[in-house]
Design a binder for this molecule. Structure first.
Ligand SMILES: [Zn+2]
Length: 406
């Protein structure tokens, strides 16, 4: 039997993916899955309870290539922009195994002939490569984070997943700096029977053999881990988006911010962080997850609701300089953000509002240690991600460079 010549037109899509051996039916199945992943990624990125700003990343493996979200891009843009970067899995895994430092950025393993994107792969690319399933979804889901930042988080999460019949496929990974250290820990637990991984002080990873399977599993896990947000004392009940119906005196807050490096946040739900004592405790406990540190810094400010107190705080923190915390809680009244806070910073303020509203007042918390903070803030890959961050949100007096985080 002689080989049938494949018409050039049929071969072209395969050549686009760099694999001339790929049958056309396979190419079309892959294209369908990538489109489905883009749609799912955009939906996850648009829901602040699932992930925020440039946080979270998704991927699809096909024919030795990992198509993974680019660093600094937003999942919400997945259908509008080309945010997926192709990376060769085998050499990346080899680099991870042998301790080759190139595994960290993964830029040396980009299959450049498949894409002309100038973007770097996600800082969590090796996390995706270390998981064998075809589809991997990693999100900074507020339902997961609210449990994963507790010292008793693993037990509580296991209990919830057990009740939902999901515990057999679950693994818990103790906190590690994202990137290679986290990938190594994930590689230890990953396998074909593990497709729900909770990352302590960080977020959720769900895997599946198809986009539809992973999406369905993710919704089951999130439903199992969900905690209704607590209403803020004295305010209207929380709304369906997970935000609160806070009704702070914005005129008074605005007046307090006048003449300082601070302004009102874009999102009114943020005020409950300062108005609910249990939420305030969470905010002041110290940073609990990586993106808070990257986009809002290591410290949250806290002052009494008086003009004198705000002035004294600003003077003490070094008015106008980077040392004033990006987020300031005005006790019982609401929150202010630095004028330089970017859209990412604003999104992380919303995340803190959503997470803190789900943590009871007596929950034992596990904030980052000084060593964990140092490792996060002295990592080149995060500086790159900050450099891609957007200009200050809201257009209100952006008086400094974006990214007041360390
Ligand atoms: Zn992450």
């Amino acid at each position: 039997m002689t080989a049938t010549a494949v018409p050039f037109a049929s071969r072209k899509p395969a050549a686009m993916f760099g694999e001339t051996t790929m049958p056309p039916s396979d190419v079309s199945a892959f294209s369908g899955e990538l489109s489905a992943l883009k749609a799912l990624s955009a939906a996850l990125g648009r829901d602040r309870r699932r992930t925020q700003a440039a946080g979270g990343n998704t991927s699809l493996k096909h024919d030795g290539i990992l198509w993974v979200k680019a660093s600094g891009t937003w999942l919400s843009e997945a259908e509008d922009k080309d945010i997926f970067v192709p990376v060769r899995i085998a050499p990346l895994m080899e680099a991870l195994r042998t301790g080759d430092p190139r595994a960290e950025k993964a830029t040396d393993f980009v299959a450049a002939e498949l894409s002309d994107s100038p973007l770097r792969p996600s800082i969590e690319t090796s996390v995706h490569a270390a998981i064998p399933q075809a589809v991997v979804l990693h999100i900074h889901c507020v339902e997961t984070i609210a449990l994963a930042v507790r010292t008793d988080g693993e037990a509580r999460i296991r209990e919830r997943l057990q009740a939902a019949g999901l515990a057999e496929r679950f693994a818990h990974v103790p906190y590690c700096r994202p990137g290679v250290p986290l990938s190594r820990e994930i590689a230890r637990v990953a396998g074909p029977t593990i497709d729900v991984i909770v990352l302590e002080n960080h977020g959720l990873v769900v895997a599946g053999q198809s986009v539809a399977e992973a999406a369905e599993r993710l919704e089951s896990v999130v439903a199992a881990l969900a905690t209704p947000p607590r209403d803020t004392p004295g305010d209207a009940p929380a709304d369906a988006q997970g935000g609160s119906g806070a009704e702070p005196d914005l005129a008074e807050l605005s007046a307090l911010a006048e003449g300082t490096p601070y302004r009102l946040p874009a999102d009114a739900t943020a005020h409950r962080i300062a108005r609910d004592p249990a939420a305030r405790r969470v905010a002041l406990a110290g940073p609990l997850y990586p993106d808070h540190v990257i986009f809002l810094g290591e410290a949250v400010g806290h002052v009494e609701a008086s003009r004198e107190a705000v002035r004294a705080f600003v003077a003490g923190a070094g008015a106008g300089r980077a040392s004033a915390p990006p987020l300031l809680l005005v006790d019982g009244l609401g929150v202010l953000v630095r004028q330089t806070v970017t859209a990412s910073g604003e999104a992380l303020v919303g995340c803190l509002a959503d997470v803190s509203a789900r943590i009871p007042e007596d929950a034992p918390l596990k904030p980052f240690t000084a060593a964990e903070l140092y490792a996060l803030t002295h990592w080149e890959a995060e500086s790159y991600r900050q450099s891609l961050d957007r200009p200050p949100a809201g257009g209100a007096g952006g008086s400094g460079a974006p990214g007041s985080a360390p």
